[in-house]
Design a protein around this ligand. Structure first.
Ligand SMILES: [Zn+2]
Ligand SMILES: [Zn+2]
Ligand SMILES: [Zn+2]
Length: 249
């Protein structure tokens, strides 16, 4: 399996190109890149003669989807995402807006402060979330809508490789992991990291759900499964089962 990792965007997101060597068919998982990074990645796709069939978002957070638009325009690939997160693609700021309306906590992604400002641009292309305390600001870029929505158990074929969609809600309601049983490879999005797990203090997060997803779904996979997470280093299921402080079984 061809796997290329690019660390992109404002929070060091792992964007993966996953391909089948013989036919050069490929998918891009979590293109959370800006325009400059996107040009490099598109150049790499062209130089390697890859045909991108799918743009797969492990969930709808903008650090995993901001490159959807340019990538779809340049490759014509289908955008696929779990059905629960699909409605967020064209307006990734929706959760923050709802929380502000309900006067619930709207934490700064950088420092956790509850004092944040959200400005949605009139053309609905993006919103800017700015922290009043630490000054951190992020652009929340809109994505084109999903071409196909996913459910637990669906199969995505990349050349001869079959990836099973495992619905792993918690970090978001529509978070997925992608599992290739033959190759013992898992893309875990923001559900499981090396030594950590995804945040559950964000809109549409659930601490109970992520624990269920981890214990009842991901931790049932073989120990020698290689895990490619949405942020940080590659790990294995066995290592996380033994050493991850957030997972007690
Ligand atoms: Zn996320
Ligand atoms: Zn802050
Ligand atoms: Zn992320």
């Amino acid at each position: 399996m061809l796997i290329k990792n690019f660390v992109v965007g404002f929070v060091n997101t792992n964007c993966y190109i996953v391909g089948y060597e013989r036919t050069k068919e490929a998918a891009v998982i979590d293109p959370g890149f800006n325009d400059d990074e996107g040009k490099k990645i598109l150049g790499g796709i062209k130089n390697n003669n890859l045909t991108i069939r799918y743009i797969i978002n492990t969930h709808a957070h903008t650090d995993h989807t901001s490159g959807n638009k340019i990538l779809k325009r340049e490759t014509g690939a289908e955008i696929v995402i779990h059905k629960n997160d699909a409605p967020l693609l064209p307006e990734p700021w929706k959760g923050f807006l709802e929380m502000i309306k309900l006067q619930k906590i709207t934490p700064c992604p950088a420092c956790g402060s509850q004092s944040v400002n959200l400005k949605v641009f009139e053309n609905k292309e993006k919103a800017v979330l700015k922290c009043n305390e630490c000054g951190f600001s992020i652009d929340l870029l809109a994505s084109p809508p999903a071409d196909r929505t996913l459910e637990d158990g669906d199969i995505i074929e990349i050349g001869n490789y079959k990836f099973q969609v495992i619905h792993t809600p918690g970090h978001t309601s529509g978070s997925i992991s992608l599992y290739c049983k033959e190759e013992k490879i898992l893309f875990s999005g923001d559900t499981l990291f090396a030594g950590s797990i995804g945040r559950t203090d964000l809109p549409y997060s659930s601490a109970e759900e992520i624990m269920y997803s981890l214990k009842e779904k991901l931790m049932t996979l073989p120990d020698n499964t290689l895990v490619y997470p949405g942020h940080g280093d590659v790990t294995t299921i066995g290592k996380e089962r033994k050493t991850n402080p957030y997972i007690h079984i």
